[in-house]
Design a protein around this ligand. Structure first.
Ligand SMILES: Cc1cc(Cn2cc(-c3c(Cl)cnc4nc(-c5cn(C)nc5C)[nH]c34)cn2)no1
Length: 285
């Protein structure tokens, strides 16, 4: 999606708007098509008033700057942004198959080949983010989108996790993906993403997160003491990988580069393999 080289900025009239794709706290995402090229994008529309009220303007700006710089097949592209009096518009890559969260809900849990290919894709995206000094992307199935080749695309710009309200939300609601050091309010580094990769791997294979509990205090305890139950259908190799990611001490977690060489990944998600688009096959056992 290129603007003529005179770097003219985008505006709303450059696009035909389609159906809403998703709704969020600060705005909505619409399917859209650039009029001249017919290029299909996802247009995220954020209300300045709500961003100002939540005092997250600088965070939105920083997240946008980061997102525009990241170029990786497993990270959702941001092609540009513009604003008018009331709204900010982010021009994003359209992910044809939507959120991983919905695909997972549809088939309850994934077979090993499908789960391993998404874990491999996310490990690659995180390796790239860390090489660009970008950490703590809000990894959970709701923030992971699936492209037309069934490849995973990390789609979170993170402000929903940076804004105070969602942080409160995280503290009282979705602790599931937070690492022990995060729930204990300690400073966090790249290793939190390795922990979240382990949580995602479990959720894709089992259909629910490993530390799911009746309330956040129980979840908090399960996270801190890594209290995990693996169902009988989980293979030894998958357990071995998750056991090396879900480690309390951040320094002892398996480096992302090693994840890509782990036997469970190598055997179930060889380079270039992706799940079939229909994903109609139920888990093997
Ligand atoms: C506000 C707000 C909502 C959201 C969550 N969100 C992301 C999307 C989205 C994006 Cl950014 C890019 N491509 C998408 N493709 C879909 C999609 C495709 N199908 C078949 N079904 C859906 C849904 N959604 C996309 C939508 N909402 N973040 O901030």
């Amino acid at each position: 999606l290129k603007k003529e080289d005179k770097k003219k900025s985008w505006m709303l009239t450059d696009f035909e708007l389609g159906r809403p794709l998703g709704k969020g706290k600060f705005g909505n995402v619409y399917l859209a098509r650039e009029k001249e090229s017919h290029y299909v994008v996802a247009l995220k529309v954020l209300f300045k008033s709500q961003i100002q009220d939540a005092e997250i303007e600088h965070q939105v700006r920083r997240e946008v700057e980061i997102q525009c710089r990241l170029r990786h097949p497993n990270i959702l592209r941001m092609y540009g942004y513009f604003h008018d009096e009331k709204r900010i518009y982010l021009i994003l890559e359209y992910a044809k198959h939507g959120a991983l969260y919905h695909l997972l809900k549809q088939c309850k849990r994934f077979d090993e080949k499908t789960a391993a290919s998404y874990v491999r894709d996310l490990a690659k995206a995180l390796l790239y983010c860390h090489s660009k000094k970008v950490i703590h992307r809000d990894i959970k199935p709701e923030n992971l989108l699936i492209g037309h080749k069934m490849e995973l695309k990390m789609a979170d710009f993170g402000w929903s996790v940076h804004s105070p309200s969602s942080r409160r939300m995280t503290l009282c609601g979705t602790l599931d993906y937070l690492s022990p050091e995060m729930v204990e309010g300690k400073p966090h580094n790249y290793a939190v993403d390795i922990w979240s990769l382990g949580v995602l791997c479990y959720e894709l294979l089992v259909g629910m997160p490993p530390f799911d509990a009746i309330d956040s205090h129980q979840t908090y305890k399960k996270i801190r003491y890594v209290i995990i139950k693996y169902p009988a259908f989980i293979s030894e190799k998958a357990k071995d990988l998750m056991g090396k990611l879900l480690v309390v001490n951040p320094e002892q977690r398996m480096p992302l580069a090693n994840v890509l060489q782990h036997p469970w990944i190598v055997e179930n998600a060889p380079e270039g393999s992706h799940p079939p688009a229909n994903n109609s096959h139920p888990p093997a056992n």
